[in-house]
Design a protein around this ligand. Structure first.
Ligand SMILES: [Zn+2]
Length: 208
């Protein structure tokens, strides 16, 4: 949706233990989950987010406090990723986690705008979608909101242009009021946080 590549060169390595670097890691990752791109704000803020060891601590203990191995993630992606590590991410066409500092994740996926689901463009991105369940209901909801807001804003812009061409003052007043109400409605809807616990459970695979 709105993934951003993390700039490895501007990350700051401190001495000490990673657990106290949460704010810095959040800032360096644009305050959003590097895997699903959801911003921390609608999730209750930084407290609810986790520090992800890209190369898992259980398998790469030496990288435990290496800043370029640490990313900001939502708790759900972090839980699904856990200590999974398949292959070094040298090729997008193998099962692996592409490094968010090597790739802009926006380029790994396409979004089906009829149902707002993600499709992977590579073996690695299809693996990500499956393993981190990137088509979970609340992410589909967020994508739908994002696209509907874009469409609504485009309609507002279109109506503004039409209003400039209209000479009937009563019509201008009425149409302006409708437009302003729509803008207010969009602003109000931004504050709705609809997550339910049930929405974050991954359905169990049915046995064949
Ligand atoms: Zn996430």
């Amino acid at each position: 949706m709105n993934w951003k590549q993390i700039d490895r060169n501007t990350r700051v390595q401190h001495n000490g233990v990673y657990t106290v670097w949460k704010q810095q890691i959040s800032n360096e990752c644009f305050n959003q989950c590097v895997y699903c791109s959801i911003h921390e704000n609608p999730w209750g803020g930084i407290d609810h987010y986790h520090i992800d060891h890209f190369r898992p601590q259980s398998k790469f203990n030496a990288l435990k406090n290496t800043i370029t191995n640490l990313y900001h993630t939502c708790p759900i992606c972090n839980k699904f990723k856990s200590d999974d590590w398949q292959n070094e991410p040298n090729d997008l066409e193998i099962i692996c986690y592409p490094d968010p500092s090597d790739h802009n994740y926006s380029n790994l996926f396409t979004i089906d705008t009829t149902n707002y689901t993600l499709e992977g463009r590579y073996v690695s991105s299809r693996y990500l979608i499956n393993r981190l369940y990137l088509n979970r209901p609340q992410l589909v909801y967020e994508r739908r909101e994002h696209f509907l807001n874009l469409k609504a804003n485009a309609l507002i812009e279109e109506s503004k242009k039409l209003l400039e061409l209209t000479v009937d003052i009563d019509l201008v007043r009425t149409a302006s009021k409708i437009k302003d109400n729509l803008v207010q409605l969009l602003i109000a809807r931004k504050n709705i946080v609809p997550y339910k616990l049930l929405d974050i459970k991954k359905p169990k695979k049915k046995k064949a």
